[in-house]
Write a protein that binds this ligand. Structure first.
Ligand SMILES: [Mg+2]
Length: 230
């Protein structure tokens, strides 16, 4: 029964929290590359956004070029900054997330990531939080498309090539902490679990269309049963 299920986890606010270390590393990368220009995400909705999009917006705001080579330089610098600053005391797993991912995989579900993080910085965060990286062998990341909605088919295609089988959208569940996570599921006929361990309440996530909204992922058996129901 579980064999046909695919579950995609968001990272920030869902699997873990970095207490602002990610954003600070990004801002330091902009400054390291372009000098002190008052780089800030003031007024920018970061939760649920794609790193590639945040890069472009910041460069546009400051009248700086954002060609592929500029993006590549930014990614490398941000990666190094994050890797250096994200010590284990500045990151924590969200309750129940590790048990949920591990149990889903044990029961034969395909488990992956759908995140606004770049792939390399996603891995830094996952490892720093103490997750076994092998729990998430594929995913869609923050440079894989122009918006979060574009990431869903990318993640499903990667699940298909990793597991060598197709996944019906009705049995794809996306777990995230923002209305954008809910939207990228519902836009493709997938199911959405909203988890209120980020900036939004369970009621707000339910209002955004989440099929299931929970305060945290701590109720592993209950959430597992909901996901794996036929
Ligand atoms: Mg998130």
């Amino acid at each position: 029964m579980a064999a046909a299920h695919l579950v995609l986890f968001d990272i920030d606010g869902t699997l873990l929290r970095t207490e602002g270390v990610g954003v600070a590393a990004m801002l330091r990368a902009f400054t390291a590359l372009h000098g002190e220009r008052g780089f800030s995400f003031e007024g920018v909705e970061i939760a649920g956004a794609l790193d590639g999009l945040l890069f472009r917006r910041m460069m546009e705001t400051h009248g700086l070029p954002h060609h592929d080579e500029d993006h590549a330089r930014f990614r490398a610098t941000y990666h190094a900054e994050l890797d250096r600053s994200l010590t284990p005391d500045r990151i924590r797993q969200m309750p129940g997330a590790a048990a949920l991912a591990a149990t889903l995989a044990e029961k034969g579900a395909a488990v992956g990531l759908l995140t606004g993080n770049y792939e390399e910085t996603a891995q830094v965060k996952i490892r720093a939080a103490g997750y076994d990286i092998r729990l998430f062998p594929f995913g869609a990341f923050g440079a894989d498309g122009p918006s979060r909605r574009h990431l869903t088919p990318v993640a499903i295609a990667r699940a298909t090539s990793h597991h060598g089988r197709a996944f019906d959208a009705a049995r794809v569940t996306i777990i995230g902490d923002t209305p954008l996570d809910v939207d990228c599921a519902k836009a493709h006929g997938c199911r959405a679990i909203g988890v209120a361990t980020g900036p939004y309440s369970a009621a707000q996530l339910r209002d955004a269309g989440a099929d299931l909204a929970v305060d945290s992922l701590a109720d592993t058996p209950g959430i597992l049963e909901w996901i794996l129901a036929p």
